[in-house]
Design a protein around this ligand. Structure first.
Ligand code: GUN
Length: 293
């Protein structure tokens, strides 16, 4: 059996269309949703992510406030930019691209963002709201995974979802999202300390790989007919590629596709959904403030 390959780009386009319609409603009321985007340093991967986010905002009819800072920017200077964005009513969301230069404490920066503008969902208040099942912003990649599963008609209620990876960006929030009553999955969280990983992954109705290790999940590690979602974006050397590398997921795609029922590719799977969810969070933030005023 060969798996159905989930088209993340197509699913993301549907979300982006829905966002565009919500933006039109806001614009009629004189509100232009705006995201403040801070990039410190010149990491090429971060720059390409940020550029893609800003282009997507523009295509959806939204604005961005682009702040580019040199790699030697101090923590206090970065915090003062956040304070300005926090206090600016024309800015509805704030995104500080990670990772930050080593001299800046990431947790201090994240904690400085107004939780009402925390469209990345990384602020401790947002994390707490997610865990408590209250309203607030959930991180974009986990939301993208859940939305993809729904789009592919994968039943979540009562299913056993095994998440591999416990990062604050993906693994932990996914665990919390999937076990919410509205999704009702049973979640097992595996990580680098898990003994005999295959023993758990083989039990998964839905396997979500978010470990950041190229090709970690092989065909023998999954159950026949499982749904496999690959969150990994690993650069592996490839001399035949123009850039000298290519992107490879955490899943050995060719092998696993022979046993899975559905699978996401890398690139073109979860990645495009992440940006679509960011757009959705920004329009949500703008709608929330429009209601308050
Ligand atoms: N770096 C890698 N992924 C992300 C993300 O989703 N948000 C931010 N702010 N930085 C990132």
């Amino acid at each position: 059996m060969a798996a159905v390959v989930i088209d993340g780009k197509a699913a993301a386009l549907r979300v982006r269309e829905e966002v565009r319609e919500r933006v039109l409603v806001l614009r009629e009321k004189g509100v232009i949703p705006c995201l403040g985007v801070i990039l410190a340093g010149e990491d090429p991967a971060s720059l390409s992510y940020v550029t893609a986010k800003e282009r997507a905002l523009e295509e959806a009819g939204m604005a961005s406030r682009d702040i580019r800072l040199p790699a030697d920017t101090g923590e206090a200077a970065l915090l003062s930019h956040i304070a300005l964005l926090n206090g600016d009513p024309a800015v509805h969301g704030i995104l500080v691209q990670l990772p930050l230069p080593a001299s800046i404490r990431e947790d201090r920066v994240i904690a400085a963002i107004d939780p009402q503008k925390d469209v990345d969902g990384f602020h401790p208040v947002s994390v707490g709201n997610l865990v408590l099942g209250k309203r607030g912003f959930a991180p974009c990649t986990p939301q993208g995974v859940v939305t993809l599963l729904r789009e592919a008609n994968i039943p979540l209620a009562g299913a056993h979802a095994v998440v591999v990876g416990r990062s604050n960006l993906v693994g932990k929030p996914l665990m919390n999202l999937l076990s919410r009553r509205e999704f009702n999955a049973t979640v097992t969280l595996c990580h680098t300390g898990t003994r005999n990983l295959a023993r758990y992954t083989q039990q998964a109705d839905i396997l979500i790989a978010a470990a950041g290790k190229a090709g970690l999940i092989t065909a023998d590690m999954i159950r026949e007919g499982a749904a496999v979602i690959d969150v990994g974006v690993n650069r592996v050397p490839d001399l035949t590629a123009k850039k000298g590398y290519r992107l490879k997921g955490d899943v050995d795609f060719e092998g696993v596709a022979q046993r899975a029922s559905v699978i996401t590719p890398v690139p073109g799977g979860v990645g495009p959904m992440t940006i679509a969810m960011l757009l959705r969070n920004v329009v949500q933030a703008a709608e929330d403030t429009a209601i308050q005023h």
